[in-house]
Write a protein that binds this ligand. Structure first.
Ligand code: PGA
Length: 250
């Protein structure tokens, strides 16, 4: 059985006060969370200590939205994977489309970050996804396969045995436009097939999450698809009852 996960990506949102209320409600409502059905929260670096304080010892896993590609040294403003792990984090998102589009994260940099996360025992959540122009040009499979292959080339297919992939079509992120369950399932099956060509057992145990305007109202149908193992949730993860309802759809 593959692990199933619903992971919140708070992006650049929150304050100590709003986080406290949100996290408390999540802890109270996360009775369904287990090692097989993971509920996770990825917050800004500044709040990792707060995540540890509130979520440490609960069934909710937590982590960061990025890690530095460097381990230590003269890299002002960076936060290393080891620093993230130092707060009891288990998860680290790498290669989110906003990092790729706005902060210069290339496929090669994302692969380095993936390796940095794994080296300290974090589970990287590797995001892949095509833009609207790429989809309309019929390039979806080429784009997501290139993004995935960059990690396989750098770290080997076995590295995916301790990782999560998130398929997030850029045109569906924060737009209210969700990929249809069939559209998402097709890409998930394609991604699993790319891995299976190199290692069938890694492919069958790899959780592949869908992200992009997942809501309480569409989560169950998405998660019912054969190759969709949960979701990476932006906007809806900021509202406890919505986030928990999505988690209960696992
Ligand atoms: P969204 O974001 O749920 O707000 O569309 C998803 C993501 O970017 O991870």
């Amino acid at each position: 059985m593959r692990q199933r996960l619903v992971v919140g990506n708070w992006k650049l949102n929150g304050s100590r006060a709003t986080n406290a209320a949100l996290l408390r409600a999540c802890v109270e409502g996360a009775d369904f969370a287990s090692p097989a059905k993971v509920l996770g929260v990825c917050a800004p670096f500044a709040y990792l200590a707060q995540l540890q304080e509130v979520l440490g010892g609960t069934a909710i896993q937590y982590g960061s939205q990025d890690v530095s590609r460097f381990a230590s040294g003269a890299f002002t403003g960076e936060v290393s994977a080891a620093m993230v792990a130092d707060f009891g984090c288990r998860l680290a998102i790498v290669g989110h489309s906003e990092r790729r589009a706005l902060f210069g994260d290339t496929d090669e940099i994302v692969a380095i970050k993936f390796g940095m996360a794994q080296a300290v025992g974090l589970t990287p959540i590797l995001c892949v996804g095509e833009s609207l122009a790429e989809r309309e040009a019929g390039d979806t499979e080429a784009v997501v396969s290139r993004q995935l292959q960059a990690v396989i080339a750098a770290h080997g297919v076995k590295s995916l045995a301790k990782a999560v992939v998130a398929y997030e079509p850029v045109w569906a992120i924060g737009t209210g436009k969700t990929a249809s369950p069939a559209q998402a399932q097709a890409v998930h099956a394609f991604l699993r097939g790319v891995v299976a060509e190199q290692d069938a057992s890694v492919a069958s145990s790899l959780p592949i999450l869908y992200g992009g305007s997942v809501k309480a109202s569409n989560a169950a149908e998405l998660f019912a698809q054969a190759d969709i193992d949960g979701g990476l949730i932006g906007g809806a993860s900021l509202v406890a009852e919505d986030f928990l309802a999505i988690g209960r759809s696992l």
